[in-house]
Design a protein around this ligand. Structure first.
Ligand code: NAD
Ligand code: UDP
Length: 326
């Protein structure tokens, strides 16, 4: 198939491009490089452009015949979305709207969309399945919820077929391939933990954002899922769209939660070094716990994460962060 990967120069998108190419697909990446890296696009063609730019999208979508679009573009930082909500609604919601319009015009009728656990807000159950109410508590999550809603309406109205994949916390890096997580500034826990290990003595210790949450050790609990496992779920989603038209949603996680302190301890074992850390105030917009129930993805997509052990996930991240290429 010929696939347009919007946001394919970013962390998860680059792993997707690698996975698509390895499975025989032809890829064009469309990315404005706001948080992505041209060096990460090693298995496809890169078109630099913005999903808010309709003429640029039309040009790329009409120049070739695409079988599907995968849409990874977003601003995706919870804390930043609390202070800059309109930036989030513009980029994420308007960007997705513009992409949907351009797909309709070009007659591309299959979409895999990067959604997020942030659509659920405060969990009402220990593990979150697809029937959990959608009640985002930050503008980032609200923007993803609005995108899902627009996609669902487009599916009903004009024959789009779509899968929304709600990732929990993407983590790790491809064991081979010289790609990994690299954001500036970096806000995600695992890269920050590993940086605290690498830069101890010369940089600030890791900040633990809050240790007074209602969790087993007071720090936030998240479900870390390997980025290659996420890519595998997208591949399965593409296949599903060929067999089952309509709108599908899947929650993607390992089904096991780790607290910030547990991640720090696991990283200490993997790196064989102490992780310098200190407790800081809570970060705005963070729910205490987010853990996935991914039975639906297992049953319908046949998805089975290969990395179920937090230390195995951290190993792959550690290999990247010790010698990042970009
Ligand atoms: P990322 O920032 O590394 O990648 C996003 C990519 O999209 C970047 O290459 C960026 O340059 C590009 N982009 C952003 N806005 C754009 C625009 N208007 N036009 C063109 N390109 C644009 O982020 P990521 O961690 O790889 O996340 C990918 C997707 O997965 C996002 O939609 C994010 O919300 C979602 N997600 C990520 C996580 C996670 O843990 N990383 C969890 C849940 C959902
Ligand atoms: N976190 C932290 N220190 C950091 C980065 C993150 O304590 O330097 C916490 C954060 O408050 C959250 C968890 O680690 O509870 C995961 O945060 P991350 O930003 O990696 O992902 P999110 O859950 O926001 O998608």
């Amino acid at each position: 198939m010929r696939i347009l990967v919007a946001g394919g120069a970013g962390y998860i998108g680059a792993h997707m491009v690698k996975c698509l190419a390895e499975n025989g697909h032809t890829v064009t990446v469309f990315d404005n490089l706001s948080s992505g890296h041209p060096e990460a696009v090693r298995w496809g063609r890169l078109v630099v452009g913005d999903v808010l730019d309709r003429p640029a999208l039309d040009a790329v979508l009409q120049a070739d015949r695409y079988d599907a679009v995968m849409h990874f573009c977003a601003r995706s930082l919870v804390g930043e979305s609390m202070s800059q909500p309109l930036v989030y609604y513009r980029n994420n919601v308007l960007g997705t709207l513009t992409l949907l319009e351009a797909m309709q015009t070009a007659g591309v009728d299959r979409l895999v969309f990067s959604s997020s656990a942030a659509v659920f807000g405060q969990p009402l159950s220990e593990r979150i399945d697809e029937d959990h109410p959608l009640a985002p508590i930050n503008p980032y999550g609200a923007s993803k919820w609005m995108c899902e809603r627009m996609i669902e309406d487009a599916v009903k109205a004009f024959g789009l077929h779509a899968v929304a994949l709600r990732y929990f916390n993407a983590a790790g890096a491809a064991p081979q391939g010289r790609i990994g997580e690299s954001h500036q500034p970096e806000t995600h826990l695992i890269p920050n933990v590993l940086r605290a290990v690498l830069e101890q003595g010369s940089a600030a210790p890791l900040q633990i954002f809050g240790d007074d949450y209602p969790t087993r050790d007071g720090t936030c609990v998240r479900d870390y899922v390997h980025v290659d496992d996420l890519a595998a779920a997208h591949l399965a989603a593409l296949q599903l769209l060929q067999q089952e038209p309509g709108m599908h949603r899947f929650n993607l996680g390992n089904g096991a939660g780790f607290s910030v302190r547990e991640v720090i301890a696991a990283a200490g074992r993997v790196c064989g070094r102490r992780v310098p850390h200190q407790v800081a105030p809570r970060r705005d917009g963070d729910p205490a716990t987010l853990v996935a129930a991914s039975d639906h993805a297992r049953e319908v997509l046949g998805w089975k994460p290969r990395y179920t052990d937090i230390e195995a996930i951290l190993e792959t991240a550690w290999r990247w962060h010790r010698a990042p290429v970009y």
